[in-house]
Design a protein around this ligand. Structure first.
Ligand code: NAD
Ligand code: WQD
Length: 343
């Protein structure tokens, strides 16, 4: 596709952590951006920051992806070329406690979205999937054809959506669909104006570490140091959120070439342990991260990292930022906004 072709993109969940970084990249690439978000896990302030960073404006629609009437109106009033679908719920523990809510938002919400897209003849979709669809894989690195097998309702909701989209493409090959399986997104925009802002106690490692560094939490609990890994702690493939967003731009270009369905890992291919992540954050921030080793967290894999070669080959995308840069950017955001968007 000509890289400068301007499009109108609907970004569901665009006020959230990954979605807001996506909006920056889309606006900077010259696209028109429409965000649909119910702000259930985000703040409109992220979108104001996106506009400040880019010096461009976007359109914001406050609403729920499960609202069919609203979706029909959005598609009727705008000529939307493609949808980047980030909206959803993502907390693994919460999904075990409230599975039906997770299936409703993640699965039913996506089905409603597909219905509206079909009615509007908009058939280009990039879906936020997750490495969680691989469950606890037996071999590393994880390739796209590694067996899937999610082990919690959140992961199963992602897998069900993937399967529905594969069936949809089978039934109507004129669809253009990318299923992007993210590894562990971390980092923040280099401006320090947008970043991850968990509502409650962070579930994920990097936001927890940065809240310890900034003094919001006393210490990190390291979930187990008796794994079969070099230092005994869990190993993950952390990927900078800006690299991740740029992967979506590449996916849009790929979908522009021909109707298809593509499944891609978005990761760096490098695994770092919890203790390595702590050290990298200490180096980036100059702070000491207090921690104690506690029991393993149920459902955690020892090791997870991507084979990112398919995305390199077919999307012409590779992650550029290393763990040091991820930590520097998280720290810049956290230092400027100790209490996230509520500052
Ligand atoms: P996030 O919670 O920051 O963003 C999700 C956004 O969707 C939020 O702004 C929220 O308000 C919105 N939303 C939720 N339910 C909605 C609904 N019913 N209607 C409209 N908007 C709704 O999460 P994120 O980290 O930016 O994740 C974005 C996507 O990427 C999610 O689908 C998530 O499952 C997926 N993903 C995230 C990670 C990760 O670790 N962050 C990893 C893999 C996949
Ligand atoms: C990373 C490592 C923990 C917190 C989760 C979801 C996955 C995806 C990304 C959405 C592990 C350890 C963590 C803490 C710790 N999300 N850890 N103390 O578990 O790889 O993936 O987020 O799709 O679906 O499951 O990421 O950041 O929670 O954990 O020691 O307080 O850090 O055990 O080894 P995870 P994470």
């Amino acid at each position: 596709m000509p890289q400068d072709k301007i499009k109108t993109i609907l970004v569901t969940g665009g006020a959230g952590y990954i979605g807001s970084h996506m909006c920056v990249e889309l606006l900077q690439a010259g696209h028109n951006v429409l965000v649909l978000d119910d702000l259930s896990n985000s703040s409109e302030k992220s979108l104001q920051a996106v506009e400040r960073i880019t010096q461009k404006s976007l359109s914001f629609i406050l609403g729920d992806i499960r609202d069919s009437e609203l979706l029909a109106r959005v598609f009727a009033e705008n000529k939307i070329d493609a949808v980047l679908h980030f909206a959803g719920l993502k907390a693994v523990g919460e999904s075990v406690a409230e599975p039906i809510r997770y299936y409703d938002v993640n699965l039913n919400g996506t089905l409603k979205l597909i219905e509206a897209m079909t009615n509007a003849d908009c058939k280009t979709l990039v879906f936020s999937s997750s490495a969680t669809v691989y469950g606890i894989p037996e071999t590393m690195p994880i390739e796209e054809n590694t067996a899937t097998g999610a082990i919690n309702p959140y992961g199963r909701s992602k897998l069900m959506v993937e399967q529905a989209l594969m069936d949809l493409h089978e039934s109507d090959p004129s669809w253009r669909i990318a299923l992007l399986r993210y590894f562990n997104p971390v980092g923040a925009h280099a401006s320090g104006e947008i970043g991850e802002d968990p509502n409650d106690v962070p579930n994920n490692l990097m936001p927890f570490i940065s809240q310890v560094a900034v003094g919001r939490r006393e210490k990190l609990s390291v979930f187990g140091d008796d794994y079969d890994t070099p230092d005994g702690t869990g190993v993950r493939d952390y990927i900078h959120v800006v690299d991740l967003a740029r992967g979506h731009l590449k996916a849009l270009q790929y979908l522009d070439e021909a109707p298809t369905l593509g499944v891609f890992n978005l990761g760096t291919g490098n695994g770092y342990s919890v203790l390595e992540a702590i050290k990298a954050f200490e180096a980036a921030s100059g702070k000491t991260i207090a921690y104690e080793v506690v029991d393993r967290r149920a459902g955690d894999a020892a090791v997870s990292f991507a084979d990112p070669q398919k995305a390199q080959r077919e999307l012409d995308w590779r992650a550029e930022y290393d763990l040091a840069r991820m930590c520097e950017d998280v720290w810049r955001w956290q230092k400027k906004h100790p209490n996230g968007f509520s500052d």
